[in-house]
Design a protein around this ligand. Structure first.
Ligand code: FAD
Length: 391
């Protein structure tokens, strides 16, 4: 039988330098050896496998694209490919990594002062400090740009923060959470480094999620939480600065969707080659091949789109609408791929041990976080028509 390979156009082989290709294969080998065997169990228990953190640190891939501060300074393409590799094995682990490396470290890298970057980034790169990113609120998700109700108020060289944050990944065990809050004085959104154990800062684990069960999402409450001015992100002056972080991480989420689809496609292809009905492998039936080819077409379209997206990013040409279009397209197509993967596996498609059921559930979270389909669509719509549909 031919090898099972979800990179049909050999994009990985073509685009990466030898050393980057070697890194990709090293990360893949780690994920297959250390993560794949344990992931269904942790998913079922809704627990995070903390013992993998030092092993992830050893790979030296956190903060992959940042220059300086102990970070590797590699290309955005390489980072996208590694996000894909992680999600190909498990979307939760990829999300844990994305929150640490992208949302939390990215906020500091893009919005922190030199002193803040030097203090936080090297330790976060090594996972000695775990980060979280608190933007969404119980009553404000899609409308975060204009609607944040968490407030901050300056009082001498301190800030007083009040409000709630919902869905915050890694929050239950993070050492530091970036909290975005609206300044009661000038009305602008500002970012704060809130350390674990700060008085007035509490986190409750969100229970009973049906997707990304390994990711520990928290409901955060801030009650007269006092933060030093030195822990305010010094270059976060309005939501425009928050949006710079989201533009970068949305591109990563598009790649994550590719990985989720690829993991499901590869599992389904392998299954159909060995599962026999009517005395033949089901992969030999025309209608099953039709499903597989549709999956591969979607997967290949997503991969090529993301390659171009990362090239634009590496050339400094990435816009919000580029990132949004990729996020919408990939999260939509991924939903289609994982559901077809489940379909060709018959009843076994809903059993956790065949992996695809987890990809089906996790694709739903990818579909909604980092901007829903509607919100990212309206960002692209605004760019191409010149009319904003947002109120
Ligand atoms: P809502 O905003 O209430 O939207 C509900 C529906 O209404 C959606 O279909 C939406 O598209 C639609 N809608 C809203 N406005 C419009 C409009 N103008 N036009 C048309 N349709 C509209 N947030 C963080 O800050 N940090 C995290 O680490 C984090 N991790 C997450 C992890 C998971 C697993 C999940 C599910 C979410 C996470 N989020 C996080 C939050 C996530 O970004 C939000 O769920 C997302 O932005 C959508 O917000 P909402 O859930 O409040 O939905």
């Amino acid at each position: 039988l031919p090898p099972i390979e979800g990179d049909f156009y050999h994009l990985g082989d073509e685009a990466l330098k030898d050393e980057d290709r070697a890194l990709q294969l090293k990360v893949r080998a780690f994920l297959e050896a250390e993560i794949k065997p344990i992931v269904n169990d942790y998913w079922l228990k809704a627990e995070f496998p903390h013992h993998i953190i030092p092993k992830l640190a050893e790979l030296n891939i956190c903060g992959l694209t940042y220059q300086g501060y102990g970070c590797p300074g590699k290309s955005n393409l390489m980072e996208g490919i590694l996000a894909m590799e992680m999600a190909r094995i498990d979307t939760s682990i990829s999300t844990f990594f994305g929150v640490q490396s992208g949302l939390a470290m990215g906020s500091i890298y893009l919005c922190g002062s030199e002193e803040q970057k030097q203090f936080w980034l090297p330790a976060m790169q090594q996972f000695k400090i775990i980060g979280a990113f608190g933007l969404t609120e119980p009553e404000v998700g899609s409308a975060a740009a204009g609607g944040l109700t968490t407030t901050c108020k300056k009082n001498g060289d301190k800030w007083i923060i009040n409000g709630q944050k919902k869905w915050i990944g890694n929050a239950t065990f993070a050492d530091v959470t970036i909290i975005w809050a609206r300044d009661l004085e000038d009305g602008e959104v500002k970012g704060f480094l809130v350390k674990k154990g700060t008085a007035g800062f509490s986190v409750e684990k969100m229970m009973d999620k049906m997707a990304l069960r390994i990711v520990q999402n928290g409901l955060i409450t801030l009650t007269d939480c006092e933060i030093d001015e030195s822990d305010r992100l010094q270059n976060a002056n309005s939501f425009k600065d928050t949006a710079k972080v989201l533009k970068m991480t949305r591109a990563g989420v598009a790649w994550q969707a590719v990985g989720c689809a690829r993991g499901a496609y590869e599992a389904a292809l392998g299954y159909t080659q060995t599962r026999k009905q009517f005395g033949r492998p089901i992969a030999s039936f025309q209608l099953i091949q039709n499903h597989l080819v549709e999956m591969l077409s979607n997967l290949t379209a997503m991969q090529t789109l993301c390659f171009r997206l990362s090239q634009l990013q590496d050339q400094g040409l990435l816009t919000d609408e580029h990132a949004s279009l990729a996020k919408v397209f990939c999260s939509l197509r991924t939903r289609d791929v994982v559901s077809k993967a489940r379909e060709v596996m018959g009843g076994n498609g809903i059993l956790l041990k065949y992996d695809v059921a987890r990809f089906v559930a996790d694709a739903e979270a990818i579909y909604s976080y980092e901007g829903t389909k509607e919100i990212n669509t309206l960002i692209v719509g605004r760019a191409i028509t010149g009319f904003s549909a947002f109120v």
